[in-house]
Each structure stands twice: as C-alpha cells, then as structure tokens.
Design a protein around this ligand. Structure first.
Ligand code: KIV
Length: 275
C-alpha cells in the first residue's frame, strides 16, 4: 500500500455520519484488529472498536473489566488496518462517568494515542453533561442508550429494554439528552421497533441500531457474531457466515497433515508465496 494512496483517501468524519440522518442507512461493524479492520473498511462507513472486545477477544464475562489500555491498543490496530471508515473507540467503564474533567483527560488520551475520529460513551442520565464538555472541547462523541452493557449490574443483565413505560421514557430521555449534548449519533441497543422509531424521530442525529429494528438510521453488529465465530448467536443477529465451522475444518485438516508428517521443511518452501 503506497503512502500516496493513503494520503488521497479521506476518512469519514463525525459531520459526515451526522449528515446521514434519514438518508442512506449507516453501515457499522465492530473491529478489534488490523487485518479484520482492513477487510471491513471497504464496506463500512464506521468501525467501532467496541469494549465488547473484552468479551469477544479476551474472554471476559462482561465489559466491566475492560481497561483504557486495552481500548487504546485495539484502537491503534484498527486505525492501522483501515483508511476510509470513521473509527470510533469505546470509552471503557469507569473512564468517563465520574466527572467531565476525568472524561476529557481519558478521551483526549484515546484520541491522541490511537488517532481515532471519535469516542463512544454509554449515555445514562449522569453522562449528558460530560458529553457536552467533551464536544465543546473538540472530541466527537457517539452516545449509546437502551441496553447498556456497562450497566448490566444495575440494569439486570443482557435483556431487551424499554418494555415498561418507565423504562421507555427513560431511554427516550437518555437519547434526547445525548443528542442535545452534542453527540453526532446515538447507538440504540436492544429495544422494540416502536421505541426505536420514536427515538429516531425525536433526535436530530442518526440512530444506529443493534437489535433495535430497521426503525433506526443505520445498524451495527458485533462482527464476530454475524460471521458465526461463536457456538451461540444473539437472536436478532443474522449469521452471514460460519467462521467457527470454517476454522474447525481448516484446523482439522492442518492437524491431519501434521500427524501424517505432511509439513514442509526446506526454506524454499517455507518462504514461497502461499497459494
Ligand atoms: O462494544 C460494542 O461492541 C458496542 C456495540 C455492541 C454497539 O457497544
């Protein structure tokens, strides 16, 4: 890849994504590594270095244990692998909720050390003023409402949200507050179509749904879920591939080769281009 080509490609930015409200749906996927980012970049408007990396890559039970250092390392990898998609890095649990100043110091560090285009925060009632603080100081922010994975301990686990009127009103308020505070887009996770449409109509920036119906302005999925890497897939996710089956088949073939001493030795073969 020549550096000239890199210079001539412009990455999508927060205003580009914000301008897609009500237009062509925004295509988003999660990415955690450079090679996967390179494949997704061609097809996606936005790559999210989600804190789901803790569960998907590091085997954690939820996202609460994810650290700023983990997000920075994966953010750097995704930036190296992509050229055109907007890259958003999740702020991990405990890095942005306590105060606006702490949120700013941590978000600025993520932006500087990864070169990413924006950060994402789970936008509960206490966070809107921190979003406002970040945006006013030059950090584009994406909000995240509905099922908030970092709040599973208080919200009662990974389940659909907004079923009761009380919860529905609260989620709508969270989305409004995030948008009014300056978020350029809001992820809406795990809510029914009626509420997704209500939020989409209520706010002026794009809603990006995950398990939230086509009533949103775009969709995001966890890439490894939709590629079929796990033996379990959330009900709302269409499996577009069977990566788990493909990997198992390839590894079985490899193991068979090794057990039957079918592996190359000479350097000429070792360095030959794989075909
Ligand atoms: O961390 C993540 O991957 C996310 C998406 C599920 C939206 O927040």
């Amino acid at each position: 890849m020549s550096s000239h080509r890199q210079e001539t490609v412009r990455r999508l930015t927060a205003p580009d994504i914000a301008a897609r409200k009500g237009g062509t749906p925004v295509v988003c996927l999660t990415a955690y590594t450079a090679p996967v980012a390179e494949i997704l970049d061609e097809h996606c408007d936005l790559l999210l270095v989600g804190d789901s990396v803790g569960m998907v890559v590091h085997g954690l039970p939820n996202t609460v244990g994810v650290t700023l250092e983990m997000m920075i390392l994966h953010g750097q990898a995704v930036m190296r692998g992509s050229r055109k998609a907007m890259v958003v890095v999740d702020m991990p649990f405990g890095s942005y909720e306590g105060s606006a100043e702490v949120a700013y110091a941590n978000a600025a560090r993520v932006m500087k050390e990864t070169g990413c285009n924006a950060v994402k925060v789970e936008a509960g009632p206490a966070v809107a003023e921190n979003i406002d603080y970040l945006v006013k100081r030059g950090i584009p922010v994406m909000g995240h409402v509905g099922l908030r994975p970092q709040a599973v301990m208080v919200d009662g686990g990974f389940r659909a949200k907004g079923k009761s009127n009380h919860e529905r009103v609260r989620i709508l308020e969270d989305a409004r507050a995030a948008a009014e505070a300056g978020a350029f887009a809001v992820v809406v996770e795990g809510v029914a179509e009626g509420l997704a449409r209500e939020i989409t109509q209520a706010i002026e920036v794009p809603t990006i749904g995950i398990g939230a119906s086509a009533g949103c302005d775009g969709q995001i999925l966890v890439t490894d879920d939709m590629l079929g890497l796990f033996d379990w897939t959330p009900k709302f996710v269409r499996r577009y591939g069977d990566l788990r089956g493909e990997i198992a088949k390839s590894v079985a073939a490899y193991a068979d080769d090794v057990r039957n001493r079918r592996f190359p030795g000479p350097a000429e073969i070792y360095f030959a281009k794989a075909g």
